[in-house]
Design a binder for this molecule. Sequence first.
Ligand code: SF4
Length: 317
Amino acid sequence: MTTTKTKKRNVKIDFQKDYAEEIKNANCVKVIDFRHGAPIVHIPQGTTLSGKFTASIDYTIHCTKLLSDGDQNTKLAKSNKSDTEYRSFGLSLAPHKISGYNTCKNATTCADTCLDLTGLRSVYERIHIGKIARTIAFFKHRRWFLNRLETELENKCKHGVKTGYIPCFRLNMFSDLPWEQFIDMEYYYRYQCSRGYFYDYTKRLERSGLQERNYWITASRSETNNAGILDCLSRGINCAVVFGSTRGKQHVTLPGIWNGFTVIDGDKTDLRFLDPRGRKHGRVVGLTLKAASTREYYNAIESGFAIDIHADDHRRN
Ligand code: SF4
């Protein structure tokens, strides 16, 4: 018997017994029921969970919660620990086409070095289950998903007002979806005067910059959009650029200038909307390359996704 938790109570569900028939006939990921206002998603054995894992057993989960506290994610935890009045929350969906639905329209070789493949996510298979379930819920039950997300955003804003922090939300932890089309961001800025803020990174450069008063999107460089990134920088939009070194990870130090634009350290905190901005000169948000394996590390540099700080052409810039 498995116990899951909805907003108000613990719910006892015996997945194996209650859904024996559905599970027996399931040959792909699907929503098999709705209970207590939340979908139950079945992920059969053998389903691709990430670039590294396939499901070693059948999983059936009750998808009751969408946002996770920043403390559960290394990147956001760094922001929470930094001395600011902000507290971060993230929405993690499965990147690229992992779930069968494409959540990153402009992904390139970044799919091989995506942060989804690093840290504990490269060690534990189970970490990926929730992301797959939420992604299926987003594509198959959009209305439920957005209603649930709105409720959680309101709750975080309310809690922030009550306990004295400003909530900020990164809805594309491992995806690149146009949330400005789904969520009225401004509402959460005004809601109980919580000043809720949203921020993201994107490879869809047309989305970069300030989308709403409280939604800042940092453009993200890849090997295919270099010209677009330089254009964004010259229009005052900050852009994230990944730096690595063919001499190895330990030899990477961020340069002070890249292509004539000032580089700031993007690894210190994830709160991108607090970064300095120039009217005509955007800042380069320098990130050091992280990869799950040495082979992927060097592939990312070779493909041009990451800038090799020791390459001759870089030294000339
Ligand atoms: S676009 Fe971003 S989230 Fe999507 S695969 Fe590339 S690095 Fe990962």
